[in-house]
Design a protein around this ligand. Structure first.
Ligand code: R5P
Length: 226
């Protein structure tokens, strides 16, 4: 069973939570793409929902599939957001932003009554300390000062000459950071002028669908045992 098949199973399982009338947040990335496709298939069969997207790519996909899309700028609250993650641990602490979408993903998740993460087994880690680098979104105007404040563990995504640019027109630094105290790290990052967001999701995730070797398990925050 490939990871992609597991991603599709997790995406389809979460998509089954969507019911008529809901306002949904659509995540970003290869796993979220499967969920969007599964929701699109249900819309084609008559499911009546509206949605907002966390990236231009997800927005374009959802529109192609006939999902009624709203501008998030007009949407105060959502019922449910379904999104992927780069790593998630037993505390439901997650790292996101491998695809550069974590700023929009976080504001959409924060506006949602529930956020459900979908992931293949490779994303489950004992602690996010063992996970990927932490992406930090940077105001381009403050590139040098923010990189200096982040320290030697920070690398500008794409490099100095051709930096990666987010959907928001900003840069990303991928940071090797000691995550033994993730809340302290999140507070420190948020306090740096010019940092617009980061990929540490410590309070947002309510539930997760994990798929491994073709089997899907669903866990709520608090009952994930690793
Ligand atoms: O910026 C991208 C998002 O946070 C993704 O949800 C995350 O990187 C997981 O992506 P994938 O499902 O492709 O592994």
């Amino acid at each position: 069973m490939t990871d992609d098949r597991d991603k599709a199973l997790a995406g389809a399982a979460a998509a089954a939570e969507v019911v008529d009338g809901m306002l949904i947040g659509l995540g970003t990335g290869s796993t979220a793409t499967h969920a969007i496709e599964a929701i699109g298939a249900r819309v084609a069969q008559g499911l009546s929902i509206r949605a907002v997207a966390t990236s231009r790519a997800s927005e374009a996909l959802a529109r192609r599939l006939g999902i009624a899309m709203l501008d998030f700028a007009d949407v105060p609250r959502l019922d449910l957001t379904i999104d992927g993650a780069d790593a998630i641990d037993p505390r439901f602490f997650a790292i996101k932003g491998g695809g550069g979408a974590m700023l929009r993903e976080k504001v959409v998740a924060a506006a949602s009554d529930r956020m459900v993460v979908i992931a293949d087994g490779s994303k489950r880690v004992a602690a996010i300390d063992a996970g990927p680098l932490v992406p930090v979104e940077i105001l381009p105007f403050a590139r040098a000062s923010v990189l200096a404040a982040l320290g030697a563990g920070a690398v500008l995504r794409g490099g100095e000459h051709e930096p990666y640019v987010t959907d928001n027109g900003n840069y990303i630094a991928d940071c090797r950071i000691d995550l033994s105290d993730p809340r302290a790290v999140a507070a420190r990052l948020a306090a740096i002028p010019g940092v617009l967001g980061h990929g540490l999701f410590l309070d947002e995730v309510d539930a997760a669908y994990f798929a491994q070797n073709g089997t899907v398990s669903r866990l709520e925050r608090g009952d994930y045992s690793g």
